[in-house]
Ligand binder design. Structure first.
Ligand code: NAI
Ligand code: MG
Length: 359
């Protein structure tokens, strides 16, 4: 929001902690945000929503009928995780996350991947400081379309058809976003394709990538088939800078990449509407982790890093950098690593360490 000169800018943040460890990691992220915003003179105004599987069980819906309208005025949405045993995952996903991503045209899904000092990657060649890339996933079209159907149900000749939808507008804008992002980094882009096997949509994707590349002559780029690219992510993760992929390819690559980085507990994500017409949403990659929920052992860093991405999106890169620096310091010290990283610290100790760093 615009403000008078001398007054700090106020950002309205909608917070949806969700289920399980979602509530624990969001509480930690909010404390970190409080500390860093105070230090930088940033004002965040929070509105918290209890939308979750618990709400679904009590009231029959993940969010109220006017839920999207209540989020609309926010400058950003901070989400923990949704999902709980007893509620089918397609209900929690299609009742909350997917409507938010699609209605708010969050066509970019952004997942930074880094191997931090102190985090052991399962990949031998993934050394701290050397692996640092971003997966840019198309988030609203492609393979995850609702077009298709089932035919001759129950008969031997039963059929299922699912259409992938690739539009010139949709591919151009995600590729432009990825090229622009590469420009702010090491100016190298890799496009995930499969035009040798998928003969209509993927050659179209390749064609649009090549067309858009002409507008970014300063960015080096190449295209890799998704199968070979998956292998290279494991064998040479340090060679990548920005990877752009369709909805399905980006989905799979980003989970593979998060695994290469060492723990899903650290991985952050952003669902962006780069036009800023609608609020963007920031959330850790992990789910609600029912197996450890309520024990105080969840790693809060995925949510904290997501909150840092939110600060960056809101125009505060210095504050975001402070948060990431605090994370680095925290991970470098074995005493402040959580169980998923081989440590013994709980959510509280890690949060306290971050707050001390941001002192
Ligand atoms: P999950 O990410 O919740 O858990 C997978 C494993 O990683 C578990 O062993 C868990 O203990 C561990 N883990 C995850 N986050 C951690 C953290 N911050 N610190 C330490 N350990 C962590 O995935 P899972 O078990 O497949 O799904 C559980 C529920 O979460 C399901 O209902 C699923 O639908 C939902 N889910 C929601 C997502 C979202 O809200 N965006 C994303 C993924 C799953
Ligand atoms: Mg996924």
């Amino acid at each position: 929001m615009a403000s008078a000169i001398g007054e700090p800018e106020v950002h309205r943040i909608a917070v949806i902690p969700g289920d399980g460890i979602g509530t624990e990691v969001i509480a930690a992220a909010r404390q970190v945000l409080d500390a860093v915003t105070e230090r930088h003179g940033i004002v965040l105004e929070y509105e918290e929503f209890d939308w979750s599987c618990q709400r679904y069980l009590a009231e029959g819906a993940m969010m109220p009928a006017d839920g999207l309208d209540r989020l609309r005025p926010a400058d950003a949405i901070l989400l923990g995780a949704v999902g709980w045993p007893g509620v089918p995952d397609h209900i929690s996903l299609w009742g909350l996350l997917i409507p938010i991503r699609r209605s708010f045209r969050q066509y970019v899904n952004l997942r930074p991947i880094r191997v931090f000092e102190g985090v052991a990657s399962p990949v031998r060649g993934a050394r701290p400081g050397e692996v640092d890339f971003v997966v840019v996933r198309e988030n609203v079209e492609g393979e995850y379309s609702e077009i298709g159907g089932r035919f001759n149900r129950g008969f031997p000749d039963e059929q299922a058809v699912q259409e992938a939808v690739f539009t010139r507008v949709g591919v151009s804008r995600i590729v432009d976003y990825a090229f622009s992002l590469a420009r702010t980094r090491r100016s190298y882009l890799t496009s995930a394709t499969k035009s040798n096997g998928i003969v209509h949509t993927m050659p179209f994707w390749d064609q649009v990538v090549a067309e858009r590349a002409a507008g970014f002559p300063d960015v080096r780029w190449d295209a890799e088939h998704i199968d070979a690219l998956a292998a290279k992510l494991v064998l040479q993760p340090d060679r990548f800078d920005v990877i752009v992929g369709s909805n399905l390819f980006g989905d799979i690559l980003s989970d593979l990449a998060a695994a290469v980085a060492g723990s899903i507990g650290i991985a952050p994500s952003a669902n962006l509407d780069p036009t800023r017409t609608h609020p963007s949403m920031f959330e850790p990659v992990h789910g609600s982790a029912p197996d450890i929920a309520g024990q105080g052992v969840a790693n809060p860093l995925g949510a904290v890093w997501s909150a840092a991405m939110m600060l960056e999106h809101l125009g505060h890169p210095d504050a975001a950098a402070d948060v990431v620096a605090a994370m680095e310091a925290c991970l470098a010290d074995p005493a402040t690593r959580t169980r998923d990283l081989g440590g013994a610290a709980g959510t509280r100790e890690v949060t306290d360490a971050l707050l001390a760093q941001l002192g």
